[in-house]
Design a protein around this ligand. Sequence first.
Ligand code: SIN
Ligand code: CO
Length: 399
Amino acid sequence: MDTQLALALLGGLSPRQFMRRHWQKKPLLVRQAIPGFVPLLTPTQLFALAGREEVESRLITQQAPRPARGRRAEAGWTLQSGPFARRALPPLKQPGWTLLVQGVDLHHGPAHELLQQFRFLPDARLDDLMISLASPGGGVGPHFDSYDVFLFQASGSRRWKISAQTDLTLQAGVPLKILQNFQPEQEFVLHAGDMLYLPPRYAHDGVAVEDPAGHSKAPCMTYSIGFKAPSRSELASGLLQGLAELVADEAEGLPPSLYRDPAQPATDTPALVPTALEAFARQALAQALKDPRRLACVLGEQLTEPKPTVWFEAQDVGADWPPGQALRLHACTRMLYDADHVFINGESYQARGADARLMRRLANERRLTARDMDRASPDARDLMTQWLADGWVTAQPSA
Ligand code: SIN
Ligand code: CO
């Protein structure tokens, strides 16, 4: 992608300008980010997804505020988790409910394709495409996310109120994250094709509204393209666990390197942890972290670990890559690389030279032509044939 090219998607900014001026800094409202957009799924298709076991879905219903004596009237919220049979969902004409379907890009090809327009951002930051369908008045309440999010209006209209407020206190005793004291600073109504970018922790509240001009009776569907920012503690705990496994694998079959204390004097404080033992433990950790490639390897494996709901179907394939066929990564496949490794679906490979270049191109473009496959080294072809058998890639007539 040419990151200097002005994009309608970003309101005429180039990806470079957007990243400098808005990303993680301030909201951007884009009118007609995708002009003439046709929703990728009908409500019926979305309901069908929400009925599937392996798809994460939630139903949020808001009851009208009931004032209690001497207290401010507050809306009541209920949250239910899917899967939902269609008859378990309220009718569209019943106001005040929202259905949220997570990870639609994993199950619906066109949704996966839509995300490709956002690949001026690192894949490692992309989380998923969530689709919400709301009846009039429906929303998830004023809240903030820990994600950078592009809120794209796919059909119908939604009124967004947003605020840079720093008071992010949440209401207690509600099943969702609802801000206790939301003070909107700006508001806009988004129609089909419009988009709003919000940085993490920016307070917002979106409510489905009927098209004021009465042009469209389409239900309010919003696509949230979310970019996760991993937390330091979450990363550290995953990496330490991954490093421990890597170190254990490397040490397999070798005599264990044991703590030795020939100079330990007799003690009259037997419960005290010996300082030499503490130093030995520190050294063991430092040793595990010494080679930066180890950490990079574990990080790449974790970043490409498929989501728990993802299941690849093994394929019956021959011993070699099918002749004349191009390769495409499966929509659920995560592939990244660094200076020394290629990572795919939680596995890492060391790659050098022409093979590394080919794999990096595959990771960036998510496809290779039949010609690329003909020219690939036997090792690379073997590996990609294995990925075909695992269902991680597909073989297709060359375009
Ligand atoms: C929605 O689509 O209703 C909620 C999206 C969000 O606020 O993050
Ligand atoms: Co949100």
